[in-house]
Design a protein around this ligand. Structure first.
Ligand code: MN3
Length: 198
């Protein structure tokens, strides 16, 4: 069964003013759809066909088309779920406790924002869960993610921010820092906690 574009749990205009409806619609129906289609084409007839999306990140990304489009599908599928209208303002539960251990929420916000702002060109900022349960802030270029063997910091992504220009340019133009700080208004921290506890 080929991969499909996931439906969003909210309307395209639900995240305004942080993310405008036009950006959401193009991002979901054009950019994400293209990653899905190109991933399906890249794995058709190969031993990756039928593997889970997570498994593909871990084992299939030595091929450029799978790395770029498999990463694109995984990253965006996660990203949509991490957003919610109104956001939930602060981390909860185990994630809150782990963020306390790396300096607390304000320090985390600064570190995560710096990772997002200083990622040159296109890429993603991440909070990952390590195998010992601790959490680390990192970033990756392009559509790479911390599940891929090629990533500088390996781990399970529990929060991610798309810092490609297509994610913010209509509303923020070149002001990536404004987009990054607004992101904190729409984070679904309950989802982050759910991913941590998986
Ligand atoms: Mn994107």
């Amino acid at each position: 069964m080929a991969f499909e574009l996931p439906k969003l749990a909210y309307a395209y205009d639900a995240l305004e003013p942080t993310i405008d409806a036009k950006t959401m619609e193009i991002h979901h129906t054009k950019h994400h759809q293209a990653y899905v289609d190109n991933l399906n084409n890249a794995i058709a007839g190969t031993d990756l066909e039928g593997k889970s999306l997570e498994e593909i990140q871990k084992t299939g990304t030595d091929k450029a088309a799978v790395r770029n489009n498999g990463g694109g599908h995984y990253n965006h599928s996660l990203f949509w779920e991490l957003l919610t209208p109104g956001g939930s303002k602060e981390p909860v539960g185990n994630v809150k406790a782990e963020i306390e251990k790396i300096g607390g929420f304000e320090t985390f916000k600064e570190d995560f924002s710096n990772a997002a702002k200083t990622r040159f060109g296109s890429g993603w900022a991440w909070l990952v869960k390590n195998t010992d349960g601790s959490v680390t802030v990192t970033s990756t270029p392009n559509q790479d993610n911390p599940l891929m063997p090629v990533a500088d910091v390996q781990g399970t992504p529990i929060l991610g921010l798309d810092v490609w220009e297509h994610a913010y340019y209509l509303n923020y133009q070149n002001r990536r820092p404004d987009y990054v700080s607004a992101f904190f208004d729409v984070i679904n921290w309950d989802k982050v906690e759910e991913l941590y506890n998986k």
